[in-house]
Design a protein around this ligand. Structure first.
Ligand code: GN1
Ligand code: MG
Length: 370
């Protein structure tokens, strides 16, 4: 395997010969490796990934997006802070100058620079980190507000189309081919009882009340890198789903992943709840950047988006459980069911605290959230 990875790496414009390969187990979709290369005694690291083309059907179109986005951000940061520009995510092209390499088996591979002295966090406990991570996602949206040219490619069609995801779930439930629904009765009931929330944001987007922007669409808190020493934001990573979307979805996924210090698959549900202090820091960090462009309709749906995206993720995990664990990588039996339970508990916690959360948003806006 390692030899295969080394030979893949040699198709890219990396500075040297691959000497070491380390797999990275994080991430539910793509396969990731850290590759060290060496030339004249000088070592350099890169991130090599095999793109999951069952999920991303058109890897070259996805890489075209990522090239546009990373180059745009790099050029803007370069003017203000060249040292920070060097620490932005950068695509290392193939020897032929492409964004990804297709091997003889039809797998697509890509290489990024390795960002030194920066770390990611799967969960957060500190309000300072929550502020900074959310600020970075707000910053990312702001950086892309003036991206010119045609719309970005839709890398996964209907990615946050929650009503469509509900339909998929309902279809699977009808047949329950693997006979798993019986293990998830409480979750299925909760899903059906609350399914009316699925169409709220898509309806507002359809009428234009909430604008379509360029969104990251996967603002899991471990997709932002912070400086190892100062904790200051360095860059945003995992740009696979950067495409037209709603800014509030991005905020919603931050609520899902950064306001509770329990892991996404924590089996002890007593540990799963929204921490209001983390939430407040998240709002303030996000608004420090996004407050400059958000409309009042967007502002007034921030808390709702937290609930909806957590609900959507609950439904996605439950769907994958019923489908036989075909989408997310799993490492134990019932893993997707556990994940869905954690998300369900988080939705309940948001529902319980919705009013206070809205007040905190209003306060962060200086008393006006509408
Ligand atoms: C997937 O694998 P990762 O961490 O990049 C998924 C996200 C989910 C997340 C849940 C393309 O992200 O949408 O929110 O798992 N990415 C895709 O942890 O489906
Ligand atoms: Mg991802």
């Amino acid at each position: 395997m390692k030899d295969e990875i080394r030979s893949i790496a040699s198709h890219f414009r990396v500075c040297g010969e691959p000497i070491n390969v380390t797999p990275v187990t994080r991430g539910h979709i793509n396969d990731t490796y850290i590759v060290t290369v060496e030339k004249n005694g000088q070592a350099a690291k890169y991130v090599l990934q095999r793109i999951n083309h069952a999920v991303f059907k058109d890897p070259p179109a996805m890489m075209a997006n990522i090239l546009r986005v990373t180059e745009h951000i790099h050029d803007k940061v370069q003017q203000a802070d060249p040292a920070l520009a060097r620490r932005q995510l950068t695509v290392v092209r193939t020897s032929d100058g492409e964004g990804c390499y297709e091997d003889s088996e039809g797998n697509f591979w890509r290489v990024y620079n390795f960002i030194e002295d920066a770390v990611t966090h799967d969960t957060l406990e500190s309000t300072d980190l929550a502020y900074e991570a959310a600020r970075m996602f707000g910053w990312f949206q702001r950086m892309l507000i003036d991206l010119s040219g045609p719309a970005l490619n839709e890398t996964i069609v209907g990615f946050h189309n929650t009503p469509r995801r509900l339909e998929v779930f309902q279809e699977l439930l009808k047949t329950d081919a693997l006979n798993r629904a019986g293990n998830a009765k409480g979750e299925i009931d909760f899903l059906i009882e609350n399914s009316h929330i699925c169409s709220v944001l898509t309806d507002l987007a359809d009428t234009g009340e909430i604008p379509e922007r360029i969104a990251h669409n996967d603002t899991k808190i471990n997709n932002v890198m912070l400086d190892r020493t100062t904790n200051k934001g360095v860059c945003v990573i995992d740009l696979d789903t950067v495409m037209p979307g709603l800014s509030v979805y991005d905020f919603g996924d931050m609520v899902r992943t950064a306001t509770c210090s329990a892991a996404e698959d924590e089996p002890d549900l007593s540990k799963v709840a929204v921490d209001l202090k983390l939430f407040e820091a998240l709002v303030r960090g996000y608004l420090a950047e996004a407050g400059r462009f958000l409309t009042s309709a967007e502002k007034s749906h921030l808390v709702f988006a937290g609930k909806l995206i957590t609900f959507e993720q609950f439904m996605r995990f439950l769907t994958d459980y019923l489908a036989g664990d075909v989408y997310y990588k799993t490492s134990r039996e019932g893993h997707n069911l556990d994940r869905s339970r954690t998300q369900m508990k988080l939705v309940k916690s948001i529902v319980e605290q919705e009013e206070v959360m809205s007040e905190l948003v209003a306060r962060a806006f200086g008393g006006d959230s509408t």
